[in-house]
Write a protein that binds this ligand. Structure first.
Ligand code: NAD
Length: 266
């Protein structure tokens, strides 16, 4: 079992990382950045997002596992006081995996064509002026969006930014993307659907910003300003992310632990 590791730079995460290295050495586990089986993140969900983006060229070869050093993370679901148990499992048991869908984004701009994968979501927003975007679904005109922006999320990202925008929480077995609005303008003149939309696999949404100049986009924790975007296409990606599971951690339990209560209610 070969692993690689990415950690957050705060004192607690650095300390837990040292402990992790000591334990893995004792158990004869090899750190191999070139061809790992397992990508470990130590920090928060943001650290796992970083690990995903650093390893997205080899998604078919690696599985991810997150250790949280702050409050319980949605992806980072191992507690630091479980390090010994985890390293023991890593050295004695093959891991099972669970796959989650990803979002593919293709952006055509004046000077560049860009392609991204997102684990949580893609957002397009304009904070200075109302963002105006023609929206097509499967090549058919759908609406002319006016407002702050749109968020297009994966099922596992549905509990992130999307949830704050009033989107639904979607189980990752539903291979889909969700489009949620940010402060759309709706009056007698301008009209949007005004509800989150769920698109299944093989459907796609195209956005055509009407604003000239720079528009802000985010891909998970990453942010970019892009000049004169002509079109943006989003759909369920062919690639998936695999998470290593040494024990069951059902999605709905994770939702309850993250948002309702992490004490057992029995
Ligand atoms: P971060 O790492 O500080 O994360 C912000 C919060 O989002 C943390 O509490 C994190 O645990 C939580 N989070 C991240 N992914 C999640 C998920 N899939 N389900 C539930 N909670 C999740 O911030 P960052 O690194 O700048 O951004 C990472 C993510 O933060 C983005 O992908 C987005 O989902 C989220 N975010 C949320 C809002 C919002 O809710 N208003 C705004 C911006 C970003």
């Amino acid at each position: 079992m070969k692993y690689t590791l990415i950690h957050r730079d705060d004192d607690v995460s650095v300390q837990i990382t040292k402990q992790f290295y000591q334990l893995t050495q004792q158990h004869g586990l090899i750190k191999d950045e070139a061809s790992p089986d397992l990508v470990i993140s130590i920090g928060g969900d943001g650290t796992l997002l970083e690990a995903f983006h650093a390893n997205q060229h080899r998604l078919d070869q690696v599985a991810f596992l997150g250790i949280h050093t702050g409050h319980l993370g949605f992806y980072a679901d191992w507690h630091p006081n479980e390090l010994e148990e985890l390293v023991h499992l890593m050295s004695t048991e093959p891991f099972k995996t669970t796959e989650y869908p990803l979002l593919e984004i293709k952006i055509t701009a004046d000077s560049e064509n860009l392609a991204f994968l997102a684990l949580n979501e893609f957002t397009v927003k304009n904070i200075e002026k109302t963002l105006v975007m023609k929206v097509k679904i499967n090549n058919d005109d759908f609406e002319m969006f006016r407002g702050d922006g749109l968020c297009i999320s994966t099922p596992s990202g549905s509990t992130g930014y999307n949830k704050s925008l009033g989107g639904a929480v979607i189980h990752p077995k539903l291979e889909s993307i969700q489009i949620s609005e940010m402060a759309s303008i709706n009056n007698r003149v301008y009209r949007t659907v005004g509800a989150p939309l769920l698109l299944p696999k093989h459907h796609h949404i195209d956005l055509f910003p009407q604003n000239k100049g720079e528009v802000g986009v985010t891909i998970d924790h990453l942010h970019r300003q892009i000049n004169n975007i002509q079109s943006i296409q989003c759909k369920v990606a062919e690639d998936k992310i695999r998470f290593a599971r040494y024990r069951p951690f059902p999605f709905w339990k994770r939702v309850r632990d993250s948002f309702i209560d992490n004490q057992h209610l029995d």
